[in-house]
Design a protein around this ligand. Structure first.
Ligand code: NI
Length: 179
């Protein structure tokens, strides 16, 4: 396994829709997923999408700490060719950061509840529902697969801030949310 270089905003790969993964069971897909997980944990980050490591593929990895997911942590998970459905049209604002946009955080509205379908590395379907922070992470990461960054989703850029300039509670919240 190896750490991958993270693409920062300005790299064209972050602005292009990514390609479907033809064979989720291919060894190179498993290798990329393992490297993405290692890179996410090292950053550290909550999630990472393939375009963020210069891979033009529709796949992402993420994890949830217990305190961010109603007491139940989620070990790193790989979603290949993921799709999202909105289950609740209501929006919730929350702080987001992005490993491709270092040091900055901002308030982003996201759907409260979403459904997701994807393939695992074994090619089998993965389906589920997500709410709150989990739903936010999925929306952030799946946006990366369509060339969309969280800044594009901010209706008001006045909340954009350097993480280092935030007060302590906000900073601690924001630090957990880089994806
Ligand atoms: Ni991101």
């Amino acid at each position: 396994m190896s750490l991958l270089k993270i693409a920062r905003m300005g790299q064209p790969v972050l602005r292009r829709p990514a390609r479907e993964v033809a064979d989720p069971t291919a060894p190179e897909v498993a290798e990329l997923a393992a490297d993405m997980i290692e890179t996410m944990l090292d950053a550290p980050g909550t999630g990472l999408a393939a375009p963020q490591v210069y891979a033009d593929l529709r796949m992402l990895v993420y994890r949830l700490s217990p305190e961010r997911n109603a007491g139940e942590g989620l070990a790193p998970r790989v979603l290949v060719n993921p799709q999202l459905t909105v289950l609740d049209e209501s929006l919730e604002e929350g702080i987001e950061g992005c490993l491709s946009i270092p040091e900055l955080v901002g308030l982003v509205p996201r759907y409260r509840r979403v459904g997701f379908r994807a393939q695992g590395l074994d090619g089998r379907p993965i389906e589920g529902e997500a709410a709150g922070f989990h739903a936010r992470v999925l929306q952030h990461e799946m946006d990366h697969l369509d060339g969309i960054l969280y800044l594009d989703r901010m209706p008001d850029l006045s909340s954009l801030a350097f993480l280092s300039e935030l007060g302590r509670p906000s900073r601690e919240e924001a630090e957990r949310e880089e994806a």
